[in-house]
Design a binder for this molecule. Structure first.
Ligand SMILES: [Zn+2]
Ligand SMILES: [Zn+2]
Length: 442
């Protein structure tokens, strides 16, 4: 390719300029190794708990047709109106980076014929979500969620089970001062009568509302209840409550959910202004709140969920009841950091390798390989010279044993096994080393 060559030559003649380093895109964030330990802790405990509750993992693409969210999450929601990363592909498809997890999973449930599987279908997921939100501390345009969904079971016990699982995960992660905020927003029927009551109320107060709320009032009055504008919050505080408008079916469902929660002794709070920012919910909605003791006990929502009995059908599937929950991993990690919750962040390694001199270093590499093959976790610091600095690193890994090869051992094909707790040392042949380590670890 002569053209390319020419350009290269031309570039070479230019004086070298210092390149401006490229930075992360606004609202995006790197997660570096020290923080990863907390992430791993949160994700591992959540995964384990979901598996204990019989959930299987699902992964759906980050990119979906933007229609999916317009129809699923709702055109009048903040997410779809203002916050979606929408773009056209080279093939002129209108797509979006997913702003939340549920719509994609419902799409997958329908597309893969999961209604033919034995019900209920229980799925959990984790991964990045994208919202073109105003970046502020602790909130990013790419953030991560962990969530779980149950399809095909209308029973209030399942709502309670989802809430219980959300609660158990908080316990396992080590979060303190957690409450469950819960409400019912009814079904299509009783919600439409509530919407009338609510519209009447808000029309009398229309001058006290923000522009967004004025606009939304006719199409979706429910959203006015969770507007974050100070003046709208004041109007919302004395608005009629949906509980009083629930039909018998929805009322009984909610009562049953609360009875199950009582049975499980979960600390819930009835919160009539909780409507969640998404259109697809029916009946039970809930959020998990943490009191942020550092900031004057401010309440912080870590995640939310609820029942969405119409979503599968409205996205083209069979009528299928469903309920789910998701939490923000960044939020939970931040909470762990703020609350100074102690998580053992040391990387544990069963054995640590120490060497002195080039010959020993070569033997150590071979020994490292044999130990890894025997499924023993190994720490090393082959780049370092002094035994003292290597043993210091061994302590950081809280290894039970150190295997030391000095100049003499390298010549004799032996290795010193040192018990890090007692300090007792023993010399064995290199050949026997792996077996001896296994024996001492078991
Ligand atoms: Zn109802
Ligand atoms: Zn408002």
């Amino acid at each position: 390719m002569p053209r390319v060559k020419k350009i290269e030559k031309k570039d070479e003649k230019k004086p070298r300029k210092k390149m401006t380093p490229i930075q992360t895109v606004r609202g995006m964030k790197d997660v570096l190794p020290p923080e990863q330990t907390l992430w791993d802790h949160v994700i591992n405990e959540s995964r384990k708990m979901c598996q204990n509750f019989g959930f299987g993992k699902i992964e759906t693409p980050v990119v979906e047709f933007s229609d999916l969210f317009e129809r699923g999450v709702g055109e009048l929601t903040d997410i779809v109106e203002k916050e979606m990363f929408v773009f056209e592909t080279r093939g002129e498809e209108k797509v979006a980076l997913r702003p939340e997890g549920t719509a994609g999973i419902v799409r997958s449930y329908i597309e893969n014929g999961m209604s033919k599987w034995s019900q209920p279908v229980k799925l959990y997921y984790e991964g990045p979500m994208f919202r073109y939100d105003r970046p502020q501390t602790g909130r990013y345009r790419q953030f991560h969620q962990f969530g779980f969904e149950v399809f095909g079971d209308p029973c209030p016990a399942v709502d309670a089970q989802i809430i219980y699982l959300a609660w158990k995960i908080c316990q396992k992660i080590g979060l303190k001062n957690i409450t469950i905020q819960i409400n019912s927003i009814g079904c299509k029927e009783c919600r439409s009568s509530y919407k009338n009551v609510l519209t009447d109320y808000y029309e009398m107060k229309i001058n006290k509302l923000c522009t967004d709320c004025k606009r939304r009032l006719l199409k979706n009055p429910l959203r006015l209840l969770d507007c974050k504008e100070e003046k709208c919050m004041q109007v919302a505080s004395s608005a009629p409550q949906i509980i009083d408008s629930l039909c018998t079916g929805c009322h009984d469902h909610f009562k049953n959910v609360l009875e199950f929660l009582d049975e499980l002794e979960l600390p819930y709070v009835l919160n009539s202004s909780l409507v969640r920012g998404l259109d697809y919910y029916t009946k039970t909605v809930f959020e998990v709140w943490a009191s942020d003791l550092e900031n004057g006990a401010r309440q912080l929502s870590l995640g939310g969920g609820g029942r969405y009995d119409n979503l599968v059908q409205s996205l083209g599937g069979e009528p299928t009841p469903a309920v789910g929950y998701s939490f923000g991993i960044e939020r939970v990690v931040e909470q762990l950091v703020n609350a100074k919750i102690n998580i053992d962040m040391r990387m544990k390694k069963d054995v640590f390798l120490v060497q002195l001199g080039d010959k020993a270093r070569k033997k150590i590499l071979r020994l490292f390989d044999n130990l890894i093959d025997a499924n023993i976790s190994v720490g090393e610091s082959v780049g370092r010279g002094s035994i003292k600095s290597q043993l210091r690193i061994a302590n950081r890994y809280s290894s039970k044993l150190a295997l030391i090869i000095g100049q003499k051992e390298a010549l004799d094909n032996t290795v010193i096994i040192r018990d890090m707790e007692s300090g007792m040392q023993e010399v064995v042949t290199l050949e026997d080393a792996v077996e001896e380590v296994k024996r001492r670890l078991s």
